[in-house]
Write a protein that binds this ligand. Structure first.
Ligand code: FAD
Length: 593
């Protein structure tokens, strides 16, 4: 028995005639419920449309470049037997981009017959932390480099709408919070008067200083920056559709660049959930960073680092927060003992922390945004919010650069797979940063960039870092690296751990912030440190020592016998190593093992 089912565009928040920018499926593919079919792009956001039914696609009704509206048919599937059955148990959020999937077949490269306006040794596509680092390193190695970027400023997501602006705002929030704590020490300040325009101006100034600095450094290195949207014509040519203004408006002019090597650093983008309407009171991280106003009541969809950092800022400025997260805990990736400390310190910011809960409907009404939830902590009624931040993940831009013309393979999800030298399946084309996979972090992009650039210059570099640290710049900060207790348990790694509680740190007590702790994780057989985590103020700044210790293969003696200045928070790392030895003179005597 078989039957035909139309897969239609669901409620996409009232948009119509929306651009189709990616098609993930073709006739003959078998799709499961929730598999992504297409990506739509509006002025504000992109959204992936999942399959409502499982089955084999017998007819595909859409193509990249087409337009589509709610109710239009995307594809017709033949639902056969079990394929037609119910949804998978726990579908991943549409926006949570998983790691690169199984090896992808290499596409047949195109061949560009025309000439070129510019020729270079290395073409770098995208000027985020990955792209500019690759371009600068390649130029430092004597190569002639062209850097293509669609926006007016260099720096990508990180400098313009990511790491840096969020930290500029978090810094101000942290000072406001710190000043409040001083009341307990007898130092009272009046309630802060917040001029939100000035605060936004400060953030813009920070961005301007850094992006301007990059432009200067590009010039100093003779890196030619070409502004426009790049797409590959073949394995040695890239076309640039020139852009102008603050966004990516095309001028109509085109340039062709001929390259010997290319480094793809086109990054990632925010992905919105398909059922979310277009409304100025619903924002992604970029919208939240614009800091237009401080809402009374704010919902964060997605309990990851980005959402919680932005929530910290808005809460300190006066908003009450709710957060909804599909998984069973916030800040996934960090051990729960660290997150518990953050949760305790931040409980006052939240009215409702809804873990194991899904957002299922969002309606924009005159008096607010009404959101319906489903799951373990879902309120019975829709909840009203003044601002909703969608921070449910990012998707790689691999399908938006015509990589197939260059013969570069891209996974269904838009990642580009690379080897340890950052080479794609086309040996003279490299890829780095968010576009090659998780973790989507600036420091990973930068290190990959250096590897790719060095290989373009004929070197033999490998991305062989043992660990990539992760930090939530919340208050307190939560920082971790390498093997966590959760990973050890999952992978059956035998570990020994040692913890130094900051309640015994002179500096933390003097700072009035002794809620944190420092944890080291050792391999039970080699006794080398293989992981570590810190929760507390400045945790992120201190994590580097643990990263270095892991890279250097240090054991507890190496760390414990390194003299750390007193009184510092960094001492806690040395003391955690002493704990591993069984005697730390800043703690009560330990029980013999
Ligand atoms: P991107 O920064 O995404 O840069 C890609 C560039 O390519 C962009 O400038 C884009 O315009 C350009 N581009 C794309 N396609 C084309 C094309 N076809 N033609 C021309 N140009 C193109 N990471 C951290 O490590 N620490 C943090 O604290 C942190 N905070 C964050 C906070 C927020 C709110 C967000 C959103 C992200 C944060 N990140 C953080 C993640 C970090 O920003 C990314 O991991 C990092 O920017 C990835 O660098 P990238 O070079 O791979 O790509």
């Amino acid at each position: 028995m078989s039957n035909l089912i139309e897969l239609k565009v669901p409620d996409i928040g009232g948009h119509s005639n929306v651009d189709i920018i990616e098609v993930f499926v073709k006739a003959g593919d078998v799709v499961a419920v929730e598999d992504s079919l297409i990506t739509l792009e509006t002025d504000k956001a992109t959204m992936e449309v999942p399959a409502s039914h499982a089955g084999k696609i017998v007819e595909l009704k859409v193509a990249v470049g087409g337009k589509i509206s709610e109710g239009d048919v995307i594809a017709i599937v033949e639902a056969v037997g079990a394929a037609a059955e119910a949804p998978k148990a726990a579908p991943a959020p549409a926006a949570a981009a998983p790691q690169a999937a199984a090896p992808v077949a290499a596409p047949q490269a195109a061949s560009h017959a025309g000439g070129a306006d510019i020729e270079c040794d290395v073409l770098v596509l995208g000027a985020g932390p990955g792209g500019y680092s690759a371009a600068f390193r390649a130029a430092d190695l004597g190569l002639n480099v062209v850097l293509v970027e669609r926006y007016a400023t260099l720096g990508g997501v990180c400098l313009n709408v990511g790491c840096i602006p969020s930290k500029a705002l978090l810094h101000n929030a942290a000072v406001i919070d710190e000043v409040k704590h001083l009341a307990a020490n007898g130092i009272k300040f009046a309630e802060p008067e917040i001029d939100i325009d000035m605060l936004r101006g400060y953030k813009e100034k920070v961005i301007g200083k850094l992006t301007g600095g990059l432009a200067g450094m590009a010039k100093a290195r003779k890196v030619q920056v070409v502004r426009g949207v790049g797409s590959f014509l073949d394995p040695h040519h890239l076309q640039v559709d020139t852009t102008e203004g603050a966004g990516q408006a095309k001028t109509g002019a085109k340039q062709t660049i001929k390259f010997k090597n290319a480094i793809i650093a086109a990054g990632s983008r925010v992905v919105n959930l398909p059922f979310i309407p277009q409304d100025p009171r619903i924002v992604d991280s970029t919208g939240a960073l614009e800091l237009k106003a401080v809402p009374k009541k704010m919902l964060i969809i997605g309990g990851g680092i980005i959402g919680l950092e932005m929530g910290t800022v808005y809460s300190t400025l006066g908003a009450r927060l709710d957060v909804v997260e599909m998984l069973d805990g916030l800040m996934q990736g960090a051990d729960r003992d660290l997150v518990k400390v953050w949760e305790k310190m931040n409980a006052h910011r939240f009215d409702n922390i809804m873990t194991s809960t899904k957002t299922v409907a969002v309606e924009a009404k005159e008096d607010g945004i009404y959101v319906t939830f489903e799951g373990a902590k879902a309120p019975a009624e829709p909840q009203r919010y003044d601002l909703v931040l969608v921070a449910a993940g990012r998707a790689p831009n691999g399908k938006l650069i015509a990589a197939e013309n260059a013969g570069v393979a891209v996974t269904d999800r838009g990642f580009i797979e690379v080897d340890k030298q950052q080479r794609t399946n086309v040996p003279h084309i490299y890829a780095i940063g968010d576009i090659v996979g998780q973790p989507m972090l600036a420091h990973k992009a930068v290190h990959e960039a250096h590897v790719a650039a060095e290989n373009c210059a004929g070197g033999k570099s490998y991305f062989d870092a043992r660990v990539i640290p992760g930090v939530a710049y919340t208050d307190p900060e939560v920082a971790w690296v390498g093997v966590t207790e959760e990973i050890a348990k999952r992978d059956g790694i035998k570990i020994e751990k040692s913890v130094f509680p900051w309640a015994a740190s002179g500096r933390a007590i003097a700072n009035g912030r002794d809620e944190g702790f420092t944890k080291l994780i050792f391999d039970a057989e080699t006794h080398q440190v293989i992981g570590g985590a810190i929760v507390g103020t400045h945790a992120g700044d201190m994590l580097g020592e643990i990263c270095l210790a892991i890279e250097m293969g240090c054991d507890a003696t190496d760390i414990g016998k390194t003299i750390h200045a007193h009184p510092t928070l960094g001492e806690s790392i040395g003391m955690a190593a002493e704990v591993a030895h069984g005697t730390c003179t800043d703690l009560p005597p330990q029980r013999k093992k």
